[in-house]
Write a protein that binds this ligand. Sequence first.
Ligand code: UD1
Length: 366
Amino acid sequence: MHILVTGAAGFIGTHVLAELLARGHEVRALDSLRPDVHRDGSPWQVVRGVEALIGDVRDRELVARAVKGVDAVIHLAAKVGLGVDIADMPDYASSNDVGTAELLVGMAEEGVSRLTLASSMVVYGEGFATCPEHGAVRPAPRRARDLAAGHFEPPCPHCGRPLASGLVGEDTPADPRNAYATSKLAQEFYAANWARATGGSVAMMRYHNVYGPGMPRDTPYAGVASIFTSALRRGEAPKVFEDGNQRRDFIHVGDIAAATVLACERHGEGVGAYNVGSGTPRTVGEMALALSRALGGPAPVVTGQYRLGDVRHITADSSRLRRELGWHPRVSFEKGMAEFAGLHPRTDAAPQAAGAGMKRAMTGGA
Ligand code: UD1
């Protein structure tokens, strides 16, 4: 197929591009090289054989050129991360939602009917959890005063008892808890509206926590694996927020790229949402320890800090993707983290004994 990839110069985009080329597709790549992501301003090294366009998906004229003659679009261009503060809201709405709306207009005008959209697990909020008395419940947003007091687990909204969290399926109702999550959910709805109006198809890929080669470093939008390796590289202990027991599903970017390309090739009808996770949730504390050991760095420190927009646990049930599209993750947590640590060697020579466990420090808002 001839495929347009937006956000092609980004972390996930680079891997998607490579996967598409390896599978014999013809690729056109579009990226605005956002200065908050591409901070060093170095030129885009585009792979030979790929037609590259530099510009913003909100530019209607550029989008018209970008979609010309393609069979499908993989839309990755977005402002990512949790956001630094409330003033980021308009940029999320504009970059992610206006950008998607403009792209959909361009696709409709050109008659391009296949879309694969990068969405996120954050659309579920706290997902659902099980109360021993009330069964499956939706945890309420965590209160700042509970977090400040070190009560990190969201309680049952009916009786306040502790909850057991479960794997969220794609039909779990959405409950976005921050501007990024809200913008991702809006993208999904715009895409579904477009699909209904035009007869197009959309695969909405709800990515879990992605890590691997090329992951953004040292920006406010860097993911936790990258933040921890950067700290370890400086010889500092990774700072683990809350009590370190918050669960995530860390998935290698190569597996994400494979899932995205399979969805582009195989999801041909209607609107489909797919969770994309490894299926083996880990705590943030476990991840910090794995990286610290792999790099021979200082033991992680549990700080008790928190970010109000964070959800406690996000863990996906990705069986639909396996069942319907035949995708299987290939990189295990152990192998992926060891490889990731190897990509970030320490700059100072003296290795320190990796801690047998984690240390505790002060508490407070992050
Ligand atoms: C991440 C992605 C988001 C994606 C989502 C899908 C990033 C920046 N965010 O959000 O785009 O949609 O996964 O599930 O990649 N933490 C620490 N210490 C730190 C920084 C963070 O302990 O120095 C903790 C946070 O409190 C949180 C966890 O690590 O509990 C993950 O944080 P982060 O990497 O920012 O990702 P998410 O918020 O899960």
